[in-house]
Design a protein around this ligand. Structure first.
Ligand code: UDP
Length: 360
């Protein structure tokens, strides 16, 4: 089959890195980079580190509102689908690139395969939640990270075929886990000791696009124990500058602000952290895998199992709650929540079966 894969942002490059190589053993893949993340630190580094094939097509569509960005992606994908005539389209996660890929393909009557289907935070205010729900209902094959995701889809009566395959980001994390444990050079670079620093990431629209919320985030960071390493997502850096908060954050003693890390450096810093404080979906999952306690700067999460097992605590932007979460004892149990590191193989098998059944 010819598969047209649409990716556009950091976590999607990581997820595609798990699947793309295997997929190409069986099928022809046309990799389309929408340009949603165009900054080298959010894009290029993942291709070079994780061996993801270079995009066959780059749409160069970044910036603007969610609606305008999605609309421009749709307009660019329609002619591309007409030229490429793929047998299926493959999308990952919950971004504008996911929805645009799924919608453009479904309108062109190309079956959509959605990896990481069925995740729900049940917060319709989140742009990602809207993207997830719509993409799932457009998909012919829905590949889930967990049983709970499949349950969510069944509750919504999606029309596509639902399969639990495990999580492809877990595949990547497991592949590189030994390296993250053993290569501690990043700790030396930032002059921190294993288990004695906190790693912070934040970039969700709900936390950084509003001046009052961003001010709360800065106050929360000020309340946390140092040393802190905080790689700034370009969106967060821009907002901090716009709202006049960057200097205040930068001047907090013991807080090191950095550019976004590449995958390897980030995994090392995550693996050896005392705790991770984040609003990222992927980072909550990776912290769990590395058995590092996670404090999540949101009121809900789609990675519910990490909270239920006691490894993740939802604190929104409340400093006392965050401090209490950091002091929680580590849970005794650590069940395998999102698969065994072989999700990509199951994704490709499910796609093979799609072709056996006649994709179109
Ligand atoms: N990540 C990274 N460098 C960083 C911060 C995060 O490589 O400085 C990786 C992290 O390991 C995870 C992914 O980026 O795999 C998460 O992406 P992000 O937080 O942008 O998106 P989300 O998962 O929230 O959609």
């Amino acid at each position: 089959m010819k598969i047209l894969t649409v990716v556009g942002n950091r976590p999607q490059f990581i997820k595609a890195a798990a699947v793309s190589g295997l997929l190409r053993e069986h099928h022809e893949e046309v990799l389309v980079h929408t340009g949603q993340h165009y900054d080298d630190s959010l894009s290029e580094v993942f291709f070079s580190e994780l061996g993801l094939a270079r995009p066959d097509r780059e749409l160069g569509i970044g910036g603007g509102s969610n609606t305008s960005q999605t609309a421009r992606m749709l307009a660019a994908l329609e002619p591309l689908l007409a030229v490429e005539q793929p047998d299926a389209a493959l999308v990952y996660g919950d971004t504008n690139s996911t929805l645009a890929g799924a919608l453009a393909a479904a309108q062109a009557q190309v079956p959509v395969v959605h990896v990481e289907a069925g995740m729900r935070s049940f917060e319709r205010m989140m742009p990602e939640e809207v993207n997830r729900i719509l993409s799932d209902h457009l998909s012919a094959l829905l590949l889930c990270s967990s049983d709970l995701a499949a349950k969510n889809l069944n509750a919504e009566s999606v029309t596509g075929r639902v399969e639990v395959v495990g999580d492809v980001m877990v595949d990547v994390a497991m592949r590189w886990a030994a390296r993250a444990r053993e290569d501690t050079s990043a700790l030396a670079t930032y002059d921190v000791e294993p288990g004695a620093y906190v790693l912070v990431t934040a970039h969700r629209a709900g936390n950084v696009d509003n001046a009052a919320r961003l001010d709360m985030l800065v106050k929360l960071v000020r309340a946390l124990p140092v040393p802190i390493i905080f790689p700034l997502h370009p969106r967060t850096r821009t907002r901090l500058q716009e709202y006049g908060l960057l200097d205040e954050l930068d001047e907090i003693d013991g807080v090191t602000l950095t550019e976004p890390f590449g995958y390897f450096e980030f995994s090392t810093l995550l693996t050896h952290a005392r705790a991770v404080v984040t609003d990222s979906g992927g980072v909550q999952k990776e912290a769990y895998l590395a058995s590092v306690p996670c404090v999540t700067l949101r009121v809900s999460t789609e990675w519910v199992e990490t909270v239920e097992t006691g490894w993740n605590t939802l604190v929104d932007l409340d400093p006392p709650l965050a401090l209490a979460a950091l002091d929680r004892p580590r849970p005794a149990g650590h069940p395998q929540l999102y698969g065994d590191g072989h999700a990509a193989e199951r994704c490709v098998e499910a796609i093979d079966a799609l072709s056996a059944g006649g994709a179109r």
